[in-house]
Design a protein around this ligand. Structure first.
Ligand SMILES: *Cc1c(COP(=O)(O)O)cnc(C)c1O
Length: 575
């Protein structure tokens, strides 16, 4: 890094944001889904708000993966090769971490998120692909969520320990470390190593490690509402791969007796801990009764997640909206016809995109449902097909559906769901057209959330910690039709900002007895589609546009990452 640039970037103390995945643009495929896109939106808002932040992640030179779907919807994965040098600068600075007793060198790429406001957040992408490292070690930062447990632990060592060392090497003074999910927890162990108490006589070796000091430096955001979802490593693996950067007994005190639980480690080493929606905060509080869990509901970056035609009308009627999304409160100034015209423009762009990528032809005059997110069982992408006769009766010739989403390479249930939707697509063809678009990414997400008429979400409660794609839809005047879970519990006003599906469950515990829920939820979905949503769309356009306006004025107004970052600053960072 040039001395001037280094000087500029390090001149004031920073908040360091650590995330295993970061989605900044579709061309930089270092994200798998909502967690990564949230990290990207976080950094973009930080830049717009000129917050003193710096971010750390891994380079993932082969990306997450490129999804290929055959004619039956069977998914295979191909590497998503990309060239970091097209977007970022390789820095000469090197640090090392110990993995399996070896020194592994780590270098980093600098990407600067620059805002028109003058704000600038550097993002460091860590990379072990250096000739000094052995062939296996060069692969550690190659693919996001690839490989086995050992591979994952190595990645977490590079991210947490390597990231902290790299920031120090580059000359950053860090006043707060923000761990986005447990993947970065080893960072806190590294900090513990740096903060040994200076006491002369110790009767208990453990007192040497200044846990309170480290807690004061760390902020932890959890995203996982079920116990089974937390990252854990058996101690024989930990001993082999990580070794004992601090005595194993101390690690076990902080990270769990039976296995190293990355969430527990972060909980024990952070003073401020939060879930990503109010409900998720409660669920997490029940899961971890000994800790105070706060909640800061997620948001999305307004400028990134607004399509061109809506940007135009916002610029015209709400100038300054992109850096002050509160201006959406005045959405009522935009004439109905202009909202509808902007929507139809987005819908035509989506129709052209679908035509180019599949053999399905979408009719922009027909009511269109969108459903796109990671393909995995708890999201229930097939809930809409619970009763095919009923669906046909309601939707024949009046409804079309667009799907997209990748299943994790090892998620067989998720892959099977894609095949199931392909089979249904064939069966309903001509009556209700369905398109499943391959290789979901951020570019496609913007086309989808802006180009459909309703954004559908059907997770099993309470497994959707927040969900963010529905917030993107709101930014484009597309109302949500969703199960009351995650953010929608807070954003939903029935018939006003959109519609709920099924009841609100106040219970915080996940039960496997979902069968009954499925049919109840499906029934409510059909009832509302038939009695309220389709009739309003086709017969009461004026009322429909009111709902579109409310999606903007009530949902986008609040569920944006500018509001979210202001809350992180006042509630987590400056305390
Ligand atoms: C926003 C986004 C997500 C998150 O979607 P959810 O509905 O919140 O799960 C996933 N993938 C991509 C590409 C996105 O842009």
């Amino acid at each position: 890094m040039s001395p001037e640039l280094l000087q500029r970037l390090t001149e004031e103390p920073k908040i360091a944001y650590f995330s295993m995945e970061i989605g900044l643009t579709a061309e930089i495929p270092t994200y798998s889904g909502g967690l990564g896109v949230l990290a990207g939106d976080t950094i973009k808002s930080a830049a717009d708000l000129a917050l003193p932040m710096v971010a750390v992640t891994l380079i993932d030179k082969r990306g997450y993966f490129r999804q290929v779907l055959d004619k039956n919807g069977r998914q295979t994965e191909e590497p998503e090769e990309w060239k970091p040098s097209q977007f970022m600068k390789l820095l000469p600075d090197k640090i090392s971490v110990e993995i399996e007793g070896r020194e592994v060198l780590v270098q980093s790429w600098l990407y600067e998120v620059k805002s028109l406001t003058g704000g600038n957040v550097p993002v460091f992408f860590l990379d072990t692909d250096m000739p000094e490292n052995g062939a296996d070690d060069r692969e550690i930062t190659a693919s996001l969520y690839g490989g086995d447990r050992t591979y994952r632990l190595k990645q977490e060592i590079v991210l947490g320990i390597g990231g902290a060392r790299m920031l120090r090497r580059l000359g950053f003074e860090i006043k707060k470390y923000h761990m986005n999910e447990g993947h970065a927890s080893l960072l806190a162990l590294e900090l513990l190593k740096e903060h040994k108490r200076d006491i002369e006589e110790v009767w208990d070796e453990r007192l040497v490690w200044d846990v309170e000091k480290v807690r004061g430096l760390c902020v932890f955001t959890t995203h996982t509402p079920v116990e089974a979802g937390h990252d854990k490593f058996p101690y024989d693996l930990v001993s082999k791969v990580l070794g004992e950067p601090i005595p194993l007994e101390v690690i076990k005190d902080l990270g769990g007796r039976d296995s190293l639980n990355m969430t527990l480690l972060a909980l024990n080493l952070s003073r401020y801990i939060n879930g990503v929606a109010k409900k998720h905060g409660e669920v997490s509080q029940d899961m971890f009764p000994g800790y105070k869990i706060h909640a800061i509901t997620n948001g999305v970056h307004s400028y990134t997640w607004t399509c061109e035609s809506f940007k135009k009308i916002y610029d015209k009627y709400l100038p300054g909206w992109a850096n002050e999304p509160e201006l959406f409160v005045r959405v009522g100034r935009i004439p109905d016809e202009e909202i509808w015209a902007a929507h139809m423009e987005a819908k035509k762009i989506l129709a052209d995109f679908v035509k180019a990528g599949t053999d399905i032809v979408i009719n922009p005059e027909l009511f269109t449902i969108g459903f796109a997110r990671r393909a995995t069982a708890y999201k229930r992408p097939d809930l809409l097909f619970t009763d095919m006769d009923r669906l046909l009766k309601i939707g024949r010739g009046r409804l079309q559906i667009i799907y997209a989403g990748k299943a994790h390479p090892k998620d067989e249930a998720g892959k099977w769901l894609i095949e199931k939707i392909f089979a249904i697509e064939e069966k309903l063809s001509g009556s209700i057209d369905i398109a499943y678009l391959p290789n979901y990414n951020m570019d496609m997400a913007l086309k989808l959330v802006s180009g459909v008429d309703v954004w559908l979400n059907t997770p099993k409660r309470p497994l959707e910690a927040s969900g963010t794609s529905g917030m993107k839809a709101s930014h484009n005047g597309v109302p949500n039709f969703s199960v009351l879970d995650g953010w929608w519990i807070e954003g939903h006003i029935e018939g006003f900002t959109g519609w709920s599906i099924g009841p609100y469950h106040s219970g915080n515990h996940f039960s496997e007895s979902g069968g009954q829920d499925d049919s109840k939820d499906a029934e409510d979905l059909y009832d509302k589609l038939e009695d309220i949503i389709l009739p309003t769309y086709y017969n009461d356009r004026h009322r429909w546009i009111r709902i579109m306006q409310n999606a903007i004025g009530k949902n986008a107004y609040y569920f944006n990452s500018h509001r979210m970052m202001r809350r992180y600053v006042t509630e987590a960072y400056i305390r």
